[in-house]
Design a protein around this ligand. Structure first.
Ligand code: GLN
Length: 496
């Protein structure tokens, strides 16, 4: 086998392990070496190389016995929002800097049971609040891609799951978990040139995931191709009695329909997603994606999602409101950082003042305001009503189409520091991902092309509720037609 181990897909790696072309220890060592070589990207908050090597040896023993599990020996990055038993879990916050959970989240447990090996806890925006992975207490994540026009600039990896996306894009892990509240798997996937998926709300258990906005949070995955992402999503899905919002639905084999043809499939193109000021490259990639799907047999349908313009403001009432309530638990008494004050009130204040970063504080204040007695109906209740209208838009559109095709983000990766002082601009970066989140729909970002700086741009496919299969099938057809083969220049010589 001539391909470097870090550039294999998960499917290829599983085949190579089974056929004993290489061992799980060799596969792991290649990824750990890449992790060292890419240390400057700051993709991990906590690295666990010693455990990873030990588990890789155990995987080899299983393989030798013919006892291979579905994802045996696959090097994996775990977003540091998933509680991992005995391994520090920080949510990228000072307030949880030394928090070591006594339990394992359902999703990470499912991945461990399937045989993945965690190489470390991936960096993220603090409590997953952000779109560029620049609000982490542990510093920003750098995108492995470089702009051809401004090669000196360090670019963001997207957020909030920027560490997970950078780790997969740079060959430090073959797959990773993300969480997606308003776009955090799809948008970093787009910025890093990999696949990012968010399932239908309720498809995966939220148990053991540190909560941000509970009615929106969903676990998701990253991989370097659609098939791998379908395999990973299948692994983490399913009902969990420990999470009352996880659904009692059978989990289909998401990989089963992938290779079916898409003849007659109706692809909706929402006119409201043609926002002002969108770069021409983004428009071109979108048009090209639609054309390629059409050539593959799909039918393009113009649709309308009339309440799209209200999605971002609605999200920025609902998400901070739920966050302000969820984050009330960090009081310096039960767990996490504790800063002494002269009385209990002052202890709360000092702990939370020292423990939370600026973006988290901003959202707690917005959320507390929106939930306060005088404003609850004007803001929170109103936002919930608009959320319903947005969900109804999708339901009506799906009478005319089977999936929806949009750009994932209105731009490619920007420089670290570029939008830091403008939260509104940052919030608008999620204009294409947030509507599906509010409606609870599944979405996937597929790498679809490069812009004039040689940076990746993703296309998003939004599916109907519980119809991830059609979403994956469309994504696979798009991936085949686009044949996106470029990797970040930083690691090109190691990667191809
Ligand atoms: N960027 C969005 C936010 O800041 C979404 C983040 C997410 O999905 N976790 O809230």
């Amino acid at each position: 086998m001539t391909k470097p181990l870090i550039s294999l897909s998960i499917t290829e790696a599983l085949h190579g392990l089974k056929e004993k072309h290489f061992s799980a220890v060799e596969l792991m060592d290649a990824h750990l070496a890449q992790m060292d070589a890419c240390d400057h990207l700051n993709a991990f908050i906590t690295k666990t190389p010693d455990d990873a090597r030990k588990h890789a040896a155990e995987s080899d023993a299983r393989i030798a016995k013919g006892d291979m599990r579905p994802l045996e020996g696959i090097p994996f990055a775990m977003k540091d929002l998933f509680c991992t038993k005995g391994v520090r879990t920080t949510a990228a916050s000072h307030i949880l800097e030394n928090f070591v959970p006594a339990y394992e989240s359902t999703v990470s447990q499912k991945l461990l049971d399937a045989g993945t090996i965690t190489v470390g806890k991936a960096n993220l925006d603090e409590f997953a609040m952000g779109g560029a992975n620049i609000t982490s207490y542990f510093g920003p994540v750098e995108n492995p891609w470089k702009s051809s026009k401004y090669p000196e600039k360090r670019l963001v990896a997207g957020g909030s799951s920027g560490g997970s996306a950078a780790a997969v894009a740079a060959g430090m892990a073959m797959g990773a978990t993300g969480t997606d509240t308003g776009g955090s798997t799809r948008q970093p996937g787009s910025f890093c040139g990999i696949v990012g998926v968010k399932p239908t709300y309720g498809r995966c258990s939220r148990w053991g995931i540190i909560a941000f906005a509970s009615s929106l949070d969903q676990a998701g995955v990253f991989a370097r191709n659609v098939e791998d992402s379908a395999l990973l999503l299948k692994t983490i899905s399913g009902f969990d009695p420990k999470d009352s919002t996880s659904a009692q639905k059978d989990v289909p084999d998401f990989t089963a329909l992938l290779k079916q043809d898409i003849k007659g499939l109706r692809i909706g193109i929402p006119k409201e997603y043609r926002v002002d000021g969108m770069p021409q490259d983004v428009v071109s990639v979108w048009e090209k994606g639609a054309k390629l799907l059409q050539e593959a047999g799909a039918v393009i349908v113009d649709i309308s999602l009339p309440h799209t313009q209200y999605a971002v403001p609605t999200y920025y009432i609902i998400a901070p409101s739920e966050a302000s309530s969820n984050l009330a638990r960090y009081d310096g008494v039960r767990y996490g950082l504790h800063v002494d004050g002269k009385d209990l009130q002052e202890t709360y204040e000092a702990t939370r003042a020292a423990g939370f970063g600026a973006e988290v504080k901003r959202r707690i204040m917005i959320g507390t305001y929106c939930l306060s007695a005088g404003y609850y109906d004007a803001y929170y209740t109103k936002a919930q009503k608009v959320r319903r209208l947005i969900a109804n838009d999708f339901a009506a559109a799906f009478d005319h189409c089977d999936v929806i095709l949009t750009p994932t983000a209105p731009s490619s990766a920007f420089a670290i520091g570029e939008n830091d002082d403008d939260p509104i601009k940052m919030y608008l970066g999620d204009v294409f991902t947030i509507p599906a989140s509010l409606a609870g729909l599944p979405g996937i970002s597929v790498p679809a092309g490069l812009d004039d700086q040689g940076l990746p741009l993703g296309l998003q496919i939004i599916g109907k509720s519980w119809d991830e299969e059609t979403m994956f099938k469309t994504a696979f057809a798009l991936e085949q037609a686009i044949d996106f083969k470029t990797s970040p220049s930083l690691i090109k010589n190691r990667f191809e």
